[in-house]
Design a protein around this ligand. Sequence first.
Ligand code: FAD
Length: 386
Amino acid sequence: MDFELPTDDDPRRLAVRAWLAEHPAPTGRQLAEAGYVAPHWPRPWGLDADPIHQLVIDDELARAKVSRPSNQIGIGWAGPTIVHAGTEAQKERYLFPLLAGEEIWCQLFSEPGSGSDLAGLTTRAVRDGDEWVVNGQKIWTSGAQFSQLGILIARTDPDAPKHQGISYFICPMDLPGIEVRPITEMTGGQTFNEVFFTDVRIPAENLVGEVNRGWGLAKVTLGNERVSLSGGGALWGMGPAARDLLDAVRRAGGCADPLLRQRLAQLHIEAEVLRLIRLRTLTARIRGEQPGPEASIRKILADEHGQRIMELAKDLSGAAGLLTGDAGPGVTNGMWHYGYLFARALTIGGGTGEVQRNIIAERSLGLPHDIDVEQGKTWREARSAS
Ligand SMILES: Cc1cc2nc3c(=O)[nH]c(=O)nc-3n(C[C@H](O)[C@H](O)[C@H](O)COP(=O)(O)OP(=O)(O)OC[C@H]3O[C@@H](n4cnc5c(N)ncnc54)[C@H](O)[C@@H]3O)c2cc1C
């Protein structure tokens, strides 16, 4: 890490403090209109903030204990895509409500037959006058049951090569013909859903970008990622982290078992390595360099680290770890139990661990592709045929 945060009298800090003095308990709408929800977006939705400016705003909001609206898919995916490729009318209609957390978004991408191989999706959208008629099924749609809007990718040209016949739509979730069925997970919660489309009519003006060019848009956000100093918890930024487990062990009087102590030390080392990778990425961004394969490396390390934290929390509790609720002695309580069950999802969602390893192998190490995606052949078959 070779950067320092601006000093206390930096004008960018003073500007945030002056605004917070006028808005001591800001609403989501006020934060959005001030550009503080996604400061790296262009004006008027953001502040065109460079990485240091973003960190200053984060720092000042955290100091004032002000939280941003939570709308992960909306702010992380839908918004940047609309900023990048949306019409003026779409920007006007959707961006501020999304930033303010007034309209929650979900992501209608994965299907029963296409997750890692997302471009193999079969949900169809057929143009009919001023509408697109959508039929098909999505699955694993987080938050669909309480979302007002969704980003939907569907096949609009079944004869084109599979990456070239997909279009990107904004889908109001209350349209007739949409059926949302929550899936009960092993945590007992219902965070994701199956979503069925039967002759759903989406207005033509809800197409984002050009027809059949949706695949490129589905990958838009990467260059637009917000920078952050905080890695957050082990469950994709939520929940407890390694330091929380170490604190809990200290509070419980320490740990005498040498093998468990070794695993605790290992977790501390991993957390430190992840922190340094994050700072290296941040330094690169501040220098204006494009992130390399670190994102895939960090995801693999962080996801497996998260699983190890939750497994150790259980093991530290001995037989009490078999219980699901608050249980002593040791560290297991409801939060760790939930984390233990949820942590299985870490190496699946957002690109599985195997797929991340493929990315590193192919893009970073220059190894051959495992599958010729256009022809459905393995690289060996593709090579011997050429
Ligand atoms: C908590 C959670 C939330 C999610 N939320 C959403 C959401 O809101 N919207 C949405 O659209 N999706 C969502 N997903 C779905 C997620 O994107 C998919 O689960 C993921 O892309 C994997 O696809 P799949 O489940 O179909 O598994 P598959 O792709 O069928 O993979 C099965 C197994 O095969 C392996 N595999 C597949 N291809 C290869 C390959 N080329 N080389 C080596 N191994 C391979 C995989 O690693 C995996 O182990 C969510 C998933 C989770 C866990």
